[in-house]
Design a protein. Structure first.
Length: 303
């Protein structure tokens, strides 16, 4: 099995956990350059995060720069040709399902069928509080939101009656290009998130699962899923194609393309079908070079 490869884009989210120093002064031009480089290099998707209101207590670690997910993917739809557009991840409990359905349906329509809806429950209590949403019900709200969104995207005149949201006697257009609807990938690595992905999702996006834990979690997912197919994601360690002339960190996979590919093929052997690749870089141009080198030199060796 050969995993396809995608990437979360820089600049649009600037958590200190992963953002590079150069991203602080970068903007839409650099974001577009990286997205186009990924498109040209055959990346399956580019991903954009989702946060609305960062509490002050977390601003130092999470940063406060978080571009709106759908608006950013809309920009990228117009400057790319092939790569798919992934919300990574949209916190569905923040919004009424009809609001989400309108935004996602429009995005799929405008991108000519390239949307992937990555969704999750969220994790910041104060963010829920500011939006008037019960943080402690976020799991149940996400379950209901996925069900409601799937119906709204599949039916031009959807009917849904849930514990929190209900709608009928409505019609929404434009309709998504993908039929019966764009795929929904569920994010998270907790047992509840894996169960949600297995029962409700078209794909699973683990959040922070280390490589050593992936086989165990994939086995859990497959046991719950049964024989139905599902996309299985993974986040690999940071990569640097070639011999870096600077300190890229002890946990970065670097060196010759065949060595990097050999390491990443371990994910395919586990059953991963969508591998999210991350790169170390000192500038947008270096990141674009890394993306191009990965597509040309590493990707052909992933089989």
């Amino acid at each position: 099995m050969t995993a396809q490869y995608g990437m979360q884009l820089p600049i649009q989210s600037q958590s200190t956990l992963y953002a590079e120093e150069w991203e602080r002064t970068a903007g839409p031009d650099e974001l577009i350059d990286v997205a186009r480089a990924a498109d040209d290099a055959g990346f399956s998707y580019v991903g954009v995060c989702d946060h609305i209101a960062i509490p002050r207590r977390l601003a130092g670690a999470m940063g406060t720069t978080w571009y709106d997910t759908v608006a950013t993917l809309g920009l990228l739809a117009g400057v790319t040709r092939r790569t798919r557009l992934l919300s990574h991840i949209a916190v569905l409990p923040f919004r009424h399902p009809l609001v989400s359905a309108k935004a996602f349906s429009t995005l799929d329509h405008l991108s000519k069928g390239r949307l992937i809806i990555g969704c999750g429950a969220g994790h910041v209590p104060e963010e829920f509080e500011q939006l008037g949403v019960d943080f402690h019900r976020r799991g149940a709200l996400l379950d209901e939101a996925i069900d409601a969104l799937a119906i709204a995207l599949s039916d031009e005149s959807p009917v849904f009656h849930g514990a929190t949201w209900s709608f009928d006697d409505v019609a929404q257009a434009p309709r998504p290009v993908q039929q019966p609807r764009p795929p929904i990938w569920v994010g998270g690595s907790s047992p509840a998130a894996i169960r949600r992905a297995a029962l409700r999702g078209d794909g699973w996006l683990p959040q922070g699962t280390p490589r050593a834990k992936m086989p165990e979690q994939i086995a859990m997912l497959r046991e719950l899923r049964g024989d139905r197919p599902i996309e299985i994601g993974a986040n690999c360690e940071f990569c640097y194609v070639g011999t870096p002339g600077w300190d890229v960190g002890k946990y970065t996979i670097s060196g010759e393309p065949d060595a990097i590919a050999a390491s990443l093929r371990e994910f395919s052997a586990m059953g991963v079908t969508q591998l999210q690749v991350r790169f170390r870089s000192r500038s947008a141009s270096e990141l674009c070079d890394q993306v191009a080198a990965f597509g040309a030199q590493v990707a052909p060796l992933l089989s």
